[in-house]
Design a protein around this ligand. Structure first.
Ligand SMILES: Nc1ncnc2c1ncn2[C@@H]1O[C@H](COP(=O)(O)OP(=O)(O)O)[C@@H](O)[C@H]1O
Ligand SMILES: [Mg+2]
Length: 246
């Protein structure tokens, strides 16, 4: 699934903004190419900032991708803000914004301003309204000076800011970010982390190896070999992860 189809398929914001911000995962298993990569996952999440940690290959990305329908469960049910993901992927896509590790995977247009504008296509907004929203968002993300720059000319940190801006301009109720700071230097990682923790959507799920970032969330999930092995206050979950890795 490319970012392009995802961005253009949805009818956009306002999709049931009165719905709850509860995520319900009920006895989920995921098989990919005949391999069971997640199993026995059940959890209900009402917190606003949720961290997901665990070793490489433990199933974190698969879990993240369940939440916007990029991956389908082979068993069980995923309900995001009242929407059954298997039944109504379009409604879920409207509600959930996904931020990838590699910003190149989701920057689709030649220039910064065009890329953010693309996210607002198909919402019935006038050109002037789109221009106004895009300009405001670029200002907020420190990209105004690069509006007409080719996206490829941006630094890694600026590219991730652009990717985030293109997701956030649609005002998703849930943001799922899969290792959004892994490729960034300290300053840019901090900037993206601050945006995710302090400023963004009603609900945010951050998959990360940055344990300080995990500690800033309200709750943390630990995955180990395809199972969800802890759901608790982040400090306790980080300690458990450290012991597991020792
Ligand atoms: N398309 C796929 N087909 C088969 N196995 C996969 C596929 N995608 C991921 N996996 C396997 O599933 C496991 C969990 O992967 P992933 O969710 O990406 O873990 P993490 O994000 O924690 O590193 C890994 O062992 C990985 O190799
Ligand atoms: Mg991953």
């Amino acid at each position: 699934m490319t970012g392009r189809t995802e961005r253009e398929s949805g009818a956009g914001r306002g999709a049931g903004s009165g719905l709850s911000t509860s995520i319900e995962i009920d006895d989920v298993e995921v098989q990919l190419n005949g391999r069971r990569v997640l199993h026995d996952v059940s959890v209900r999440l009402d917190q606003r900032r949720i961290a997901v940690i665990g070793a490489n290959g433990s199933g974190k990305s698969t879990f993240a991708r369940l939440l916007n329908g990029l991956v389908a469960p082979s068993r069980g049910r995923v309900v995001v803000h009242g929407i059954d993901v298997a039944r109504d992927r379009r409604a879920v896509r409207d509600r959930v914004g996904f931020v990838f590790t590699h910003p190149d995977a989701q920057i689709l247009m030649p220039t910064v301003v065009e890329d953010v504008s693309l996210s607002l296509r198909g919402l019935g907004l006038s050109r002037a309204a789109i221009a106004e929203r895009v300009s405001a968002v670029l200002g907020e993300y420190g990209l105004s000076g690069h509006a007409d720059a080719p996206a490829y000319s941006l630094s890694g940190g600026q590219k991730q800011l652009l990717a985030l801006a293109a997701v956030l301009v649609r005002e998703p109720q849930l943001v799922v970010a899969d290792e959004p700071t892994t490729l960034l230097d300290l300053g840019n990682a901090r900037r993206i982390s601050d945006l995710l923790v302090d400023r963004l959507a009603a609900q945010t799920i951050i998959v990360t190896h940055d344990l300080d970032l995990a500690r800033r969330c309200e709750i943390a999930l630990l995955f180990d070999a395809g199972r969800l092995t802890a759901v608790d206050e982040p400090g306790a979950v980080v300690e458990r992860y450290r012991r597991q890795q020792a």
